[in-house]
Design a binder for this molecule. Sequence first.
Ligand code: NAD
Ligand code: UDP
Length: 329
Amino acid sequence: MSQKRVLITGAAGFLGSHLCDKFVSEGYFVIGMDNFITGDSKNIAHLTGNSNFRFIEHDVTNYINIEGDLDYILHFASPASPIDYLKIPIQTLKVGSLGTHNCLGLARSKGARMLIASTSEVYGDPLVHPQTEDYYGNVNTIGPRGVYDEAKRFQEAITMAYHRFHGLETRIVRIFNTYGPRMRLNDGRVIPAFMGQALRGEDLTVFGDGSQTRSFCYVSDQVDGIYKLLLSDYTNPINIGNPHEISIKDFAEEIIQLTGTDQKVIYQDLPIDDPMQRQPDITRAKDILGWEPKVGRAEGMKKTFEYFKSLTEEELYKSEHKDFTNYHK
Ligand code: NAD
Ligand code: UDP
């Protein structure tokens, strides 16, 4: 049997780089693609020279040309942190719309199966709790988060259109907050934010009164769920996340315990449209994929903290947000 070939967009990002590792380890030939707008070449440096990995620097909002066959495309390119997509709103809309369209066209021309990285953000600030895949969501189209949420909703719609109209094989994963090594320290998401603050001896910034909830999934569980979904024959969206829910205030206390910092929690304004509750209903993933998370928060956070502790002083103190100046074109 010939070696399967997979294209992973967003390969230099947090999830994309872990997916590259997974597919290489499963014996695939992996083509990673990224324009580094929010990613980092360091995340895939260990794959350089691997005969089963090739990297192409490319912005997927432009026409994508790949030589040779492709069996699978995993489209993970997109800013993912609220601060990132507030700073690069147009690129966020483009990668979810034009980038997805280009990937779908490529998948069609190669006869490849396409999996898209959707998100719990399609549920917006949800009025149904926990969130099932049947819930249509409560999204503010014109709010600051709309650029991400609506790009992802459009991404799901165009993917289903290619499936229905062209008969393309498609898969949709709705990813709930996932964490682990290789998250960018300064991307603004709550886990790198708290861990960076603890390591620098700064107070932990809780937004709002901290009563909003999230449910955090460790990266190895997320990657396993995505892998199982890709190889399944299920075409409707599936939630992949860890249903263990916690308030952000309690989570900050957990991080204080874990890191042993003697800093305290300080409260800042809640960002506009910040969802008040988020917890995946994973019944569908359990029933259809036989998947459920295995790594508890204590274990996952410990591994993640080890990673952040291993960063250099320079990386730790280069904590200002990424400079996107060169990408505003
Ligand atoms: P990330 O920012 O670490 O990775 C995204 C990668 O995409 C980066 O390497 C970036 O440079 C690349 N990229 C962005 N625009 C591009 C473009 N136009 N062309 C080529 N490359 C481009 O984010 P992540 O957490 O790894 O998220 C990956 C995917 O998973 C995203 O689609 C995101 O929406 C989705 N997702 C992630 C989470 C999570 O908790 N991590 C939750 C829901 C959905
Ligand atoms: N948050 C916080 N302090 C921070 C960063 C984030 O209290 O320094 C909160 C944020 O307002 C949200 C939650 O933590 O309620 C998760 O934020 P994140 O950006 O990680 O992801 P989201 O789930 O909002 O996309």
